[in-house]
Design a binder for this molecule. Sequence first.
Ligand SMILES: Cc1cc2nc3c(=O)[nH]c(=O)nc-3n(C[C@H](O)[C@H](O)[C@H](O)COP(=O)(O)O)c2cc1C
Length: 418
Amino acid sequence: MNIQNALNLDDIRELARRKLPRIAFDFIDGGVDDEHCLRRNREAFQQHRLVPRYLVDVSKRDQSTVLLGQRYASPFGISPTGLAGLFRPDADRMLAASAAKANIPFLLSSASNGQLEDVVKVAPDHVWFQMYCTSDEAINADLVRRAREAGVRVLVVSVDVPVNSNRERNRRNGFSRPFRMTPGVVLEALAHPAWVLRYLRTGGIPMMRNWQPYAPPGASASEVADMYGTLTPAPMVQWQHLQRIREAWAGPMVVKGLMHPDDARQAARMGVDALVISNHGGRQLDVAPSPLEVLPAIRAAVGDDMELILDSGVRRGSDVVIARCLGAKFSIFGRPTLFGAAAAGEAGIDRVIRIVRNEIDMVLAQLGCPAFEELHAGYLWPAHAQFSPLNNRASGAREGSTCETSAPFAIPSAPVER
Ligand SMILES: Cc1cc2nc3c(=O)[nH]c(=O)nc-3n(C[C@H](O)[C@H](O)[C@H](O)COP(=O)(O)O)c2cc1C
């Protein structure tokens, strides 16, 4: 199959599976423990139904969405994924370039191979920077400074990796963190010569360039990765660490990984501008709920003013629409764009974006809702939402809007009008 023949994101995953040695594919694809959480992230979307409203003029459709004060062409973006250079050399720059072409945000991981300052130059208006709080506060402060000086507009702090998790596929495959090229790995990789050739041509293990300045001069890629492994995860990180980053960062700040409504409320009180509701793609806590399940409660906890972004398990345009109807303004996904990069470089990432964009467009037409920003809970079939016979109107329906509903039901606790 050629990348242009890929019909959906599963096709692209399959193309990547063929291109990557198993150890690399599984590193992207896998989850924690028994991978229940990974599956739950997909199943959560399947619990919802969207009800079409026909006989509405949908000849012009608009999925552009304003997030943190910037209008993007689509209501989705690219989640941060570390070590992307392992799957396709220069993947971080490709992800940034594709995001800029499509006018969507790309969240660059601090664990990237591309250097923050270089990647931002590729797409100055579309690259957000994601960092973890490390155990070294001076380094945290320096990362914030570098992001500011590089011209990053939005800073994302991920909080859901207090410790490394039990990813059994990685352990079975001998994938250690930091990554090491053992003879066993090389042997397995030989079944995928194109990947191995690229890997060798670009000098083997890719450097985690953001961390080079904190390592001794001349440190090798594995030495830098070792040093990174001593700084993060940082299990001692608490709210006061986040507070210090909030004080140091004047622009929009997003926290990624909070799942409890009380934590969301605390972040809002701290002045965090938006949250990425995420279980890290099912990679950290196998018994965690899916972000879609907790979304209505978080929306209720933080009220209408905080922007919510849904992450983990998004694979179809309809997923982005469902998330919106449940209260998330935007969605992001991580694995699909990495698979796109592994399968066909920048063209593969472009293809992923185009597929999701087209799917959203078709769903909007079917729903009789020409503008993504006009979606609301009234499009959810109530059997799968909360039902109240006392009200006769879906919450979130806007008076006079093209998408106003007269549905004889209400969804009381999921205010979605944003
Ligand atoms: C290979 C890989 C690397 C990741 N690296 C990071 C990272 O550096 N920082 C982070 O906040 N999340 C990281 N994540 C999690 C993603 O940002 C995102 O939460 C997850 O992929 C969403 O699930 P999805 O892949 O089902 O869309 C990573 C995920 C993958 C698959």
